[in-house]
Design a protein around this ligand. Structure first.
Ligand code: PMP
Length: 457
């Protein structure tokens, strides 16, 4: 039955929560999580809930985005102006619109050399699926139709569609949804902290060797592409060893296998550069982006495709793949306004500065027995929690407890991924706010016991 439309937009919080429970199916919500936080307003790096509580958003709307911060009028105006001019027209076949053309051209200008073509999506998962299809179709058109396998890595997150979900490296995203996409193989991720994974070898030596063996087993002529996040996000913000991507790239190139960089999190300044894959020496053939492209003001993703691959997939009958909202003019206009702000306010440099603040302010946390490692990559950081430093046993309950306590006691919103507490704040974060986040984390983690519980304050 339809809900009544006569309630004011800001109904009492308790009533909103009841209606939410009644009508909305939330992704990733365990049945035993009855708690609700209805966010009604934002400004900069701060948000407010329906009860009037104020929170520091240390995790980009709890979803790794929000480069330019909350509720900026410039982006709202860009959307309104475009809507009043042309709200939508398909981008399929022979049709196009000016904002999507201008945005594609701008992205080509920012992208690494040799990548001048852009395919639009609504978000990251669709971008990853589009990249898989583009990679397979490229090989198909070049006369290698057997190149269908995709190599990804355990603990990766690439999305939740059948393609991107199968390529993701943990059970929950696949469990009960099978059969999943065939011809996807997972290799070990680079997690230098977990040296036990690499049998006493340098992680890169081990991982390069494992990749070579995997290619030999499947057969290079059967493999389309490998996908990886330049710095793994959901695995807990894990920068790989410096030689990892260049050496992986070398192996892939030797076997004609394409490399897809999943930059849904790491692009558009999150780590202090436009594309982290470029800095890491991935020399990717396809770069999948979203999130920071619009800072979350509109759903939009952009898949940046190397020219030779773009030529192959657009020949003959073309690329028979695309969603209704491809190149949505309003989303593209908002993305342009977002990129304007990123450039005008120097937010890439600000991301580096935020990283330096986190490094300095989180240093005391490194001393606690339940903190395994603190990792910072520009304006994103992971605090990996362990039962004790000797065993390095992941303290899963600890990360969930720390995250909940930060929200409850300090009104700081972070996220927990396995045993890691993750930060990815808006790039407009101020010095005092960065300090407040780090001090709250240090305070809570100082109370974390080896069994994952917190001692009282
Ligand atoms: N790749 C990465 C690295 C991500 O972090 C995410 C989302 N968190 C995705 C892909 C999927 O993007 P979306 O949720 O927009 O489909």
């Amino acid at each position: 039955m339809a809900a009544s439309a006569d309630l004011p937009i800001q109904a009492p919080a308790s009533e909103l929560k009841d209606r939410d429970r009644k009508y909305v199916i939330h992704p990733h919500q365990r049945a035993d999580r009855d708690e609700r936080h209805i966010i009604v307003r934002g400004k900069g790096s701060t948000v407010w809930d329906a009860e009037g509580n104020e929170y520091l958003d240390a995790m980009g709307s709890a979803n790794w985005m929000g480069q330019v911060g909350h509720a900026r009028p410039e982006l709202a105006e860009a959307a309104a102006e475009q809507m009043a001019e042309l709200q939508y027209f398909t981008g399929f076949d022979v049709y196009s619109n000016e904002p999507s053309i201008r945005l594609a051209e701008r992205l080509a200008g920012l992208a690494p050399e040799g990548i001048d073509r852009v395919f639009f999506t609504n978000g990251g998962s669709e971008g990853v699926d589009s990249a898989f299809k583009a990679a397979r179709l490229f090989h198909f058109r070049r006369g290698e139709p057997d190149r269908t396998w995709i190599i990804s890595r355990r603990l990766a997150y690439h999305g939740c569609t059948y393609g991107s979900g199968t390529a993701s490296g943990f059970d929950l995203v696949q469990h009960g949804f099978g059969p999943n996409l065939p011809n996807v193989e997972k290799v070990t991720p680079p997690l230098p902290f977990h040296s036990e994974l690499y049998g006493g070898q340098h992680p890169t030596d081990f991982l390069v060797n494992e990749l070579e063996q995997t290619i030999e087993r499947i057969g290079a002529g059967n493999i389309a592409a490998m996908i990886g996040e330049p710095v793994m996000g959901g695995a807990g913000v894990v920068p790989p060893p410096d030689d990892y991507w260049p050496r992986i790239r070398e192996v892939l190139s030797a076997h004609g296998i394409l490399l897809i960089a999943d930059e849904v999190v790491t692009s558009y300044g999150r780590t202090g550069v436009w594309f982290e894959s470029q800095r890491r020496g991935m020399n990717a053939d396809i770069i999948v982006t979203s999130k920071g492209l619009t800072s979350g003001y509109m759903p939009l993703g952009a898949v940046l495709i190397r020219n030779g691959i773009a030529d192959a997939i657009t020949e003959a009958e073309g690329f028979f793949h695309g969603h209704t909202y491809f190149g949505h003019p309003v989303a593209c206009a908002v993305a342009m306004a977002n990129l304007d702000v990123l450039e005008r306010e120097g937010l890439l440099d600000r991301a580096k500065q935020i990283g330096e603040w986190f490094e300095a302010d989180l240093a005391p946390a490194r001393e606690f027995p339940t903190v395994g490692e603190v990792r910072v990559a520009g304006a994103t950081a992971g605090i990996e929690l362990v039962a004790d430093r000797q065993s390095r046993e992941p303290l899963l309950a600890g990360a969930a407890a720390v995250s909940a306590e930060l929200r409850r006691a300090h009104h700081v919103i972070v996220r927990d991924y396995n045993a890691t507490v993750v930060l990815a704040p808006p790039l407009v974060l101020e010095r005092s706010q960065a300090r407040q986040i780090s001090e709250a984390i240090v305070e809570v983690v100082s109370r974390l016991r080896g069994d994952g519980t917190l001692s009282p304050r």
